[in-house]
Ligand binder design. Sequence first.
Ligand SMILES: Nc1ncnc2c1ncn2[C@@H]1O[C@H](COP(=O)(O)OP(=O)(O)OP(=O)(O)O)[C@@H](O)[C@H]1O
Ligand SMILES: [Mg+2]
Length: 335
Amino acid sequence: MFSSAEIGIDLGTANILIYSKSKGILLNEPSVVAYNTDTKSVVAVGKEAKEMVGKTPRNVIPVRPLRDGVIADFDMTAQMLKELMKKVAKKSGMSMRKPTVVVCIPSGSTSVEQRAIKNAVNSYGAKDVQLIEEPIAAAIGADLPVDEPVANVIVDIGGGTSEVAIISFGGVVSCKSIRTGGDVMDEEIVKYVRKMYNVLIGERTAEQIKMEIGYALIEHPEATMEVRGRDMVTGLPKTIELTSTEIQSALRETLEQLLETVRATLEECPPELSGDIVDHGVILTGGGCLLNGMQEWLSNEIYVPVHMAPSPLESVAIGTGRSLSMMKKLQKVSK
Ligand SMILES: Nc1ncnc2c1ncn2[C@@H]1O[C@H](COP(=O)(O)OP(=O)(O)OP(=O)(O)O)[C@@H](O)[C@H]1O
Ligand SMILES: [Mg+2]
């Protein structure tokens, strides 16, 4: 007897992950589609498409259909999902016939978009499709006791959105979401280099700079990095050297906005739960929390312990998949 698959999908604005309870993470790829505008067809999805960003001929454009935390291009999102599901089925040898699926979607999506995503997954043959809120999935994936009457605080810093949520008894007590995250950090780095050096760099280079010499607002031993871009005056390629202090200043505003959101959410915490937060602290998930010094900086600023989830980039996908068996308890909170 073949039992139908049970899978969780983290439909993130930067990365899509597919998780099955029995086999773990089946797929982890960037949310990028390369699209040929002449033939109106998808050329590549995921990693392959991300590698093409900024390097494609004019008729092939890389699209990030979920940019900025919203489903900017629905058709493309549906096509991307379909291609990735096919890939998973092929790679894992798992039957993707009539799977039960839980999808975590960007929190900014509208009810129309939510229905559209459900339809897209359904059209691929899913037996049952449930949606889950990102912070709840992140908390489950980070092994927090979400269904107990204690405050679990999640700070999820994604590509397009960041969320701060207090979860207790399987539901969200208080939550704030902002449309800022890793992507905005990259954009700020591009802007900084353009303004200070008159050099244009691509967003992938900016992301590499952030990962390598980007720091939260803490003191650190200065690091430098050589970067190539296009001189806006001569139009020719140019190499410049950037320091971590410069990049820190470029990230300052985004980081302060993030901190403001964490503070504002904690301020809304019911007094009965405040004690839990002092004891248990805050858990960081999402790729943005991997910025150097993020944990140290936040704990200095909010005076409660700050912990990193075991696998911050995977927490949401793991939680989404695991939530299947908790659906009854979570029924009241799933959309
Ligand atoms: N080591 C690192 N340092 C800094 N940023 C990082 C690091 N690793 C990944 N990131 C950033 O994390 C972001 C992606 O995180 P994640 O995969 O959690 O986003 P997502 O879930 O797809 O987005 P969202 O939750 O907004 O839909 C990207 O902006 C990426 O640049
Ligand atoms: Mg995410």
